[in-house]
Structures are given as structure tokens and as C-alpha cells.
Design a protein around this ligand. Structure first.
Ligand code: G1P
Length: 276
């Protein structure tokens, strides 16, 4: 039912300069895998095999990462290092990749609208790769896909954050519907703590129904003068239904140096084979 996942990856990553001067921030590695590979694996876990990227200048390395490298394949064939390519080979062999460029940075809503021709008239996932989510069992996107089957409406992932951090996120107010699930009543992009409707922050996982594109088209620039997905989702919530899901798992804000280092340490401990 959900076949496509959209990745807005045009952003500059200025917090990681100079590392991101000519390199995509989504290619920053957590231990030995780039952030974008964790994201695509997560979508595949949810049954989404069509990967659509809204990309930009300086992001060519993402396309190359998911393409074949004949020299490398040749070099590594039969060597002890072959298994280091196993996961990326299986991603490449099982998925279809499409790319389009966002030429102006006008916000997350604008990035998603730029991806419309790759998505068409069907529901789809969105992953912001710099929110890295590590779970014990089902990935966050798989958890959300299960809910989508039940409710057939847009769903955002949420997490409680300290009140003083609401200014970094879209923040919702909701009516509890069942365990960990809320019907969205209000949504504000990056509110100051005193203006925040709660401390439940949206993190970078969404399932969107395709009518979101029309809502985005009708959304005026909001916070920071950008077309905000949060504003389009609020209009959708008011006219129909949007759910907010408190996921199980751990999220690292790899768009910040602190979160990035934390994720690196956590993943090294959790996944790294000490014999390597
Ligand atoms: C975007 C969204 C925001 C959301 C956040 C999650 O903001 O606009 O609503 O809470 O992602 O990471 P950004 O971090 O791109 O400024």
C-alpha cells in the first residue's frame, strides 16, 4: 500500500561546516554507514522500495552511493572485504531510485512539493535523514505504516522534548486516541516555550496522504519566511484528520554536533563487531 519514500536532502548542513562544504550532510557516517543509508534501510523495513530524493547542488555523492561502482566491485570481488558491500548491494538491487533537484531553499513544505512528480497520487513516507532512529524491533517507519493501514490518514512521529527546546521543532497539541496515539488539534512550527501548545515535538518521520500537495500549494510562507509542512498539516488536520504517534525507539538529532557524536558512540557500542 505504501510503496514510496521521499527524502528531502537539499539542505546545506551549515552546522557541520567545513565538513559539508562540498559533501552532502546526509553522507556523514555514523560509524561506517552514511546517515542516508540508515534512512533507506528504515523505509525498506516498512515495505517501501521506491526511494525519491529531493536533492540539490553538492549532493551528487548520494546518487553515486546508491549506484554501482564497477571499479570497486572489481577490486573487492573475492576479497575478505566483500561483505562490507553486502547491505548497499542489496539496497541497490531491491530499490528504484529517483531524483529531482530543488533549486531554491524555501522550506520543508516546498521541498516536499518539489517531489510531487516522483510521488503522484498515492500515500508516501517522508524521512529526514538527520533524525536517526534506532529501534529494537520494527523501525519507526514500519510502526507508522502499521497505523496507516488502520487509519488511512497522515501521521507524524512525535517525541516529548524539554520545554526549552520547543523552538527547534514543529510542536503539536492533540487529543489522546489510544496508547501513544493522538488526533492532532493544533500544530505550531518552532514555537518559543511560552507559545508551545505542548512539549510533543514532531521528529523527521511522516506518512502523508497525497492531498497534502494541495494543502502545501495553498500554504503561505510562515516561520522563517519558509513554506512549512507543519502549516499544511495543520490545515489537513482541520479539514480531516492527522494523527501523531509517539514511537518506540531512540532518536538522535544528527543535525547537531552533540546528537551526531551521541549517535556515533551509541551505534559503535551497539553494532560494532570488536573483532573488526
Ligand atoms: C523540520 C520540521 C519540524 C520538525 C523537524 C524534525 O525542521 O520543519 O517541524 O520538528 O524537522 O527534525 P528542521 O529541523 O528542518 O528545521
Amino acid at each position: 500500500m505504501l510503496k514510496k519514500c521521499l527524502y528531502p536532502v537539499a539542505g546545506y548542513g551549515t552546522r557541520f561546516l567545513p565538513a559539508t562544504k562540498s559533501m552532502a550532510k546526509e553522507m556523514l557516517p555514523i560509524v561506517d554507514k552514511p546517515l542516508i543509508q540508515y534512512a533507506v534501510k528504515e523505509a525498506m523495513d516498512a515495505g517501501m522500495y521506491q526511494q525519491a530524493f529531493v536533492t540539490g547542488r553538492t549532493k551528487r555523492s548520494i546518487e553515486d552511493h546508491f549506484d554501482i561502482s564497477y571499479e570497486l566491485e572489481n577490486e573487492i570481488r573475492g576479497s575478505g572485504k566483500e561483505d562490507r558491500l553486502a547491505e548497499i548491494r542489496s539496497i541497490r538491487d531491491n530499490c528504484v531510485f529517483t531524483y529531482t533537484r530543488q533549486t531554491e531553499m524555501k522550506g520543508l513544505g516546498h521541498a516536499i512539493l518539489t517531489g510531487e512528480p516522483m510521488i503522484g497520487d498515492e500515500p508516501f513516507g517522508v524521512i529526514l535523514a538527520d533524525d536517526l532512529c534506532i529501534t529494537e524491533e520494527d523501525s519507526v517507519m514500519k510502526q507508522m505504516a502499521g497505523l496507516y493501514k488502520q487509519f488511512r490518514c497522515s501521521i507524524v512521529a512525535i517525541e516529548e522534548v524539554p520545554a526549552e527546546e520547543t523552538y527547534k521543532y514543529g510542536v503539536i497539541a492533540g487529543e489522546q486516541f489510544q496508547d501513544n496515539l493522538f488526533k492532532v488539534l493544533d500544530m505550531v512550527e518552532k514555537p518559543a516555550p511560552q507559545d508551545a501548545p505542548s512539549n510533543m515535538a514532531i521528529i523527521g518521520r511522516y506518512i502523508l496522504t497525497p492531498d497534502i500537495f494541495d494543502y502545501i500549494r495553498n500554504t503561505k510562507p510562515g516561520t522563517n519566511g519558509e513554506i512549512q509542512l507543519t502549516d499544511a498539516l495543520l490545515a489537513q488536520a482541520k479539514n480531516g484528520c492527522v494523527m501523531a504517534y509517539k514511537f518506540s525507539g531512540r532518536r538522535f538529532d544528527c543535525g547537531s554536533l552533540h546528537g551526531y557524536v551521541e549517535a556515533t558512540n551509541y551505534c559503535y557500542e551497539k553494532f560494532h563487531d570488536p573483532s573488526e
